[in-house]
Design a protein around this ligand. Structure first.
Ligand code: 5AD
Ligand code: SF4
Length: 472
């Protein structure tokens, strides 16, 4: 048993990050451990978690498990969890309740919890107290140890908790089973050192650790050889890429080198406004294959609240960055994240946020009510905004955000835009679907032979969340 520890998770050491190229091992006795058994991985949270699940699936297949079509049919269920807000927690505990019933009728069912919630001391304490029937709990730092963690639990038939709180190394040889044949996630860094006061991520994902550039570039080249059209570089705070490496090489260098591979579409998430350099903007403007789409979390438009959040920028400096981006990339779409109801947020503070939304007219925004996370500084601040006020602010904000999303989409009507066709539309299987270079979802009439290709689409109808179009 190795339990998570909040105090340790908070620590940042100067210890050099080690890149390990042979730490994922699948020994002889583990290769057939899953023979005849199926697995189902349910993923909550962000793209980072989605990509971790792609690693987990490949590891399970290395142990001879095969993917089950549904959770109900699986012999092994893994919940890859998210800790960002209370409702993410609640969803997972609701699912655990459902799985308990399944386990009652299927006692051999193996159940595991991993991801960000597994890194939380409070969550693991609760599992140890109330959910002892779960088989394995492992964290975000030791995914590559899944084979031995699983083996121990299968042999002992006891709950095996194995969570590391001190940041891990960079493991370069973890296999991956990608969900898409056309677009791929590529990690460029792990962890985060920004410690925004509301955010649990620095505790669940540990210290910032950048992958060495050549591993990233090789991965992208390999994806191109396999026919991938799009790569998204992933990190909690990609603009800080390289700051922890012992070399003079930052995000602008990485973006340029990856763009030079010739991958048709290159994206990156998530950017922190603090580390967005002029050089980066220049590089984004210079290469046609770097997509004109930027996610630039605002969180709040009030300088007072931004300070309490530990965001290190002001409303004015955010707006200056926004203007610079739009100057160099006038065609780009810019999206954001906003939190309402942060401790102490007044009506005036909230109106500052609305003011920024009115100025930036975002293409879309993810909006949230503040959720206190145990162990973060904001959880200790007085949460003095009444729930009905939080709800009302969220509603007002969403109305405004939706209005601008629709206005931004309206400008596409009648235009011809490039769309990477990903497959059939979920709502209307007679149509295809894909995303524009600016990350707009389009339902497309056209030839299914174009799935996996970037095609010109004429936009015939626009809504708030999506558009319709016809292949040219
Ligand atoms: N409460 C509400 N929203 C949060 N986010 C992060 N932490 C919290 C929290 N404690 C939001 C931020 C972030 C997005 C991924 O989730 O807006 O950018
Ligand atoms: Fe959720 Fe953040 Fe973890 Fe992603 S990194 S799964 S958003 S807590």
């Amino acid at each position: 048993m190795q339990l998570p520890n909040l105090k340790e998770a908070r620590v940042r050491t100067k210890k050099e990050v080690v890149t390990k190229t042979n730490d994922y091992i699948i020994s002889h006795d583990l290769v057939e451990i899953g023979k005849g058994k199926t697995y189902f991985v349910k993923t909550y949270g962000c793209q980072m978690n989605e990509h971790d699940s792609e690693n987990i699936k490949a590891i399970l297949e290395d142990m001879s498990f095969t993917e089950a079509p549904s959770m109900e049919e699986a012999d092994l269920i893994l919940l890859n969890t998210c800790a960002i807000r209370e409702n993410a927690h609640n969803k997972v505990f609701g699912m655990i309740g459902r799985i308990k019933h399944m386990k009652e009728t299927k006692p051999d069912l193996i159940v595991g919890i991993c991801g960000c919630m597994a890194q939380e001391e409070v969550v693991v304490d609760e599992i140890l107290e109330k959910y002892k029937w779960i088989d394995i709990v492992f964290g975000t730092h030791n995914i590559h140890k899944l084979p031995s963690i699983l083996k121990t639990s299968m042999e002992t038939k006891k709950l095996n908790v194995d969570v590391l709180s001190i940041e891990g190394d960079v493991i370069e040889n973890i296999p991956v089973k990608r969900d898409s044949k056309y677009k791929a996630w590529v990690n460029i860094m792990y962890g985060c050192d920004k410690f925004c006061t509301y955010c649990i991520v620095p505790y669940t994902r540990g210290k910032q650790r950048s992958r060495k550039p050549h591993f990233i570039i090789e991965e992208v080249k390999d994806l191109m050889k396999q026919g991938y059209q799009e790569v998204t570089l992933l990190g909690q705070n990609v603009n800080a890429y390289g700051k922890d490496l012992d070399m003079d090489y930052g995000m602008e260098n990485l973006l340029e080198d990856v763009a030079k591979t010739g991958i048709p579409r290159l994206r990156f998430v998530t950017s922190h406004p603090w580390d967005f350099t002029d050089k980066m903007i220049e590089v984004i403007g210079k290469y046609d294959n770097i997509m004109p789409y930027i996610h630039l979390p605002l969180q709040s438009g009030s300088d007072r609240i931004l300070k309490l959040m530990g965001r290190r920028y002001t409303k004015e400096s955010y707006l200056a960055l926004f203007r610079k981006l739009k100057e160099v990339l006038p065609y780009s779409s810019i999206t954001t994240d906003i939190i309402v109801g942060f401790p102490g947020e007044t009506e005036e503070d909230f109106e500052e946020t609305l003011d920024v939304v009115n100025t930036c007219k975002y293409d879309s925004a993810f909006t949230f009510i503040f959720s206190p996370r145990v162990g973060t500084p904001a959880a200790k601040m007085k949460d003095d905004v009444p729930l009905e006020v939080k709800n009302e602010r969220l509603h007002r904000l969403n109305e405004l955000v939706n209005q601008y999303s629709k206005e931004a989409n309206d400008t596409y009507l009648g235009k011809v835009v490039p769309v990477l066709i990903e497959g059939y539309s979920e709502n209307d299987p007679s149509k295809l679907m894909g995303y524009t270079d600016t990350m707009k979802l389009v339902n497309v009439e056209g030839n299914p032979a174009m799935i996996g290709k970037i095609v010109d689409v004429e936009i015939t109808d626009v809504k708030t969340w999506s558009m319709n179009g016809k292949m040219k």
